[in-house]
Design a protein around this ligand. Structure first.
Ligand SMILES: [Zn+2]
Length: 601
């Protein structure tokens, strides 16, 4: 099914807001505020029922059932959450006298099952790690069986959790702990994932530039009967960047309420050119750098082996990385202040305590605002990076982009602040954005092992010298070198080209090359990579004086302000505001958003 001209379906996510609402039966217009209130009632019903069900199921037996994956009749549990829950008899209950349609129950159980299934992974990790954990020293013993291995970042989180439990006086735990021993049941996210329902609860129709969602909502907080659920028809615009795209299918959205009211998180399927990893001959390697998000370089495979021009390209984040770091530091400062005030409030007399609590509330609102701002900048940065790397790869005629496997890449050894900054940077988002954007033009993104990519020579696999310090690299034997990140890009591209036939593909993940192989990359003078774009400056009119000289004051040189953000670019690439798209997943079944729907304590 691959080859030139073939297409592949891929699913992506997009958000939009309704701008008109009418009653489906009468056609009477309904105010959007009223819609927000009714959706709020629906979400309240769903979260209350979901929280009650999760609390009821919060015992080890639940996770035993999920691990076995079998129902009481020893049949395999279906992947669809609400069907599995129905088979297991895991049904939510509602307050007396409240009528809730069975389709809403499906939504509740689907969300609960998604939460529990994600936690099942954590549960196996906790069970494995707690057996190796020594509460006296807080140290994890190394795994004895190969199957016990847990990703290091994840293991560290669980270790902290176990250490905190030991500190709280959990005593000496007797061997294996379960997830229900170490943490409280997770909070239910306030959302309605309509994809678990069917036409009886919601349906979606798409016209030229708008989509119409018909959904049944309660008309009061505690609907007593069928008549107190009414269908509402919501009309929302399809974001402009989707006009003209080959969208083949729209799926039922997830309803959430944010500060601005009802938000529809939609998923859609579109057809894109199929990437062909196996026959790729040119690869772009993307190396993460703490200073500018990333750098890229190219390697090509010809009849006489691998070659590269060893000329790389560094992404220019226009100062946004620094801005993010500053916001992160500010968030941490606010956090520390709030924690200190909370500590003080605990021992203070009542009137002082009230004063302190008011201060804490202000700090909290600032912290939230900083968090939202960081999220927005991260998103814009990710899509701008993705667009530019994709353009670079397309100009070079590459068929594959190699990124470092983030699970094997751990930043350490740069001090606490820098490690933390690198870990929380936009990388993960940038990978998702890159996979999405590159797939749009038929370029595959694969992850390759990160280890040693900027330490070894692409030509001879020997350690590189650092003649100019940390950021430079040079191999005296092959006589190649340059920027450390660009050399790493060549190594990553090499790993993708050598391992492309053995890439593993897991549902919902990008293809991964697991082993780093070596073959010499000879320096080539053929022009392979695109000429880097020169930054374009605003045109200045020479005929007009730029500034009038003031007498008596030392004249200052007129310096044009530098471009400070991705929003200033000449071609505005990523959509922003309310609407936008993200995602990378290619299979429909994997579209269950998981990690963001709950919080573990
Ligand atoms: Zn060398």
């Amino acid at each position: 099914m691959t080859g030139p001209g073939s297409t592949a379906p891929r699913q992506f996510a997009v958000t939009t807001r309704p701008y008109v609402a009418v009653d489906d039966a009468t056609g009477e217009p309904i105010g959007l505020d009223e819609v927000d209130i009714r959706v709020g009632w629906l979400l309240d019903l769903i979260t209350a029922a979901g929280a009650e069900l999760v609390a009821r199921l919060w015992h080890p037996a639940t996770f035993d059932v999920l691990a076995a994956g079998l129902d009481p009749h020893n049949r395999r549990l279906p992947a669809q959450g609400h069907v599995a829950a129905a088979r297991l008899g895991w049904n939510p209950t509602y307050p007396d006298g409240v009528h809730v349609p069975s389709r809403v129950t499906r939504v509740v159980t689907a969300q609960v099952m998604a939460t529990l299934r994600t936690l099942a992974y954590r549960e196996t990790a906790i069970a494995a790690l707690s057996a190796r954990f020594d509460p006296a020293t807080g140290v994890l013993a190394p795994p004895t069986e190969p199957g016990d291995a847990v990703p290091p970042g994840f293991a560290r989180g669980v270790r902290r959790q176990l250490a905190a439990r030991a500190r709280r006086g959990g005593g000496a735990p007797a061997g294996r702990l379960r997830i229900t021993d170490v943490q409280e049941p997770p909070r239910m996210a306030a959302m309605a994932r309509l994809s678990a329902a069917d036409r009886q609860l919601a349906q979606i129709t798409v016209a030229e530039r708008e989509l119409v969602l018909t959904v049944k909502l309660p008309t009061c907080p505690t609907p007593a009967g069928r008549t107190q659920w009414r269908r509402i028809r919501l009309t929302a615009a399809i974001p402009a960047h989707l006009h003209g795209r080959d969208v083949s299918d729209w799926h039922l959205p997830t309803l959430v309420l944010d500060r601005r009211g009802l938000l529809l998180r939609c998923a859609a399927t579109e057809l894109v050119p199929a990437g062909d990893l196996d026959s790729a001959t040119v690869a772009v390697g993307v190396d993460w750098s703490p200073t500018s998000l990333g750098a890229a370089a190219i390697a090509a495979q010809g009849a006489d082996g691998l070659s590269s021009d060893y000329r790389g390209w560094t992404y220019d984040d226009r100062g946004l990385g620094i801005k993010l770091a500053r916001l992160q530091a500010e968030g941490q400062l606010l956090n520390a202040k709030a924690a200190r005030l909370t500590q003080l409030a605990g021992a203070a007399p009542p009137e002082v305590r009230a004063e302190l609590e008011a201060k804490i509330a202000v700090l909290d609102s600032h912290r939230t605002a900083v968090g939202i701002k960081r999220g927005k900048i991260n998103r814009e940065l990710a899509f701008d990076f993705a667009r530019q790397v994709t353009d670079y790869a397309a100009a070079a005629g590459a068929q594959v982009i190699a990124v470092e496997d983030l699970t094997t890449l751990e930043t350490r050894g740069h001090g606490r602040a820098k490690n933390n900054r690198a870990a929380q940077s936009a990388r993960r988002q940038a990978v998702a954005a890159l996979a999405h954007t590159a797939a749009g033009v038929g370029i595959a993104v694969v992850s390759v092992p990160a280890r040693g990519s900027s330490a070894q020579c692409p030509g001879c696999d020997e350690p590189l010298a650092r003649p100019g310090g940390y950021h430079t690299a040079w191999c005296p034997r092959c006589r190649v070198g340059g920027n450390r990140d660009h050399i790493a890009g060549v190594n990553l591209a090499k790993r993708a080209l050598l391992g492309r036939g053995k890439a593993t593909r897991r549902r919902g993940q990008m293809p991964a090359v697991r082993a780093a192989e070596h073959a010499p990359v000879r320096p080539s003078r053929d022009k392979k990579s695109p000429t880097p774009r020169r930054p374009r400056h605003r045109r200045v009119r020479r005929s007009l004086p730029t500034a009038t000289r003031r007498l008596g004051v030392t004249p200052k040189q007129h310096v044009p302000a530098p471009q400070a953000s991705v929003w200033d670019t000449v071609q505005p690439t990523p959509p922003h505001g309310d609407t936008g798209s993200r995602d990378t997943r290619t299979s429909q079944a994997s579209a269950t958003p998981v990690a963001d729907s709950m919080r573990c304590t």
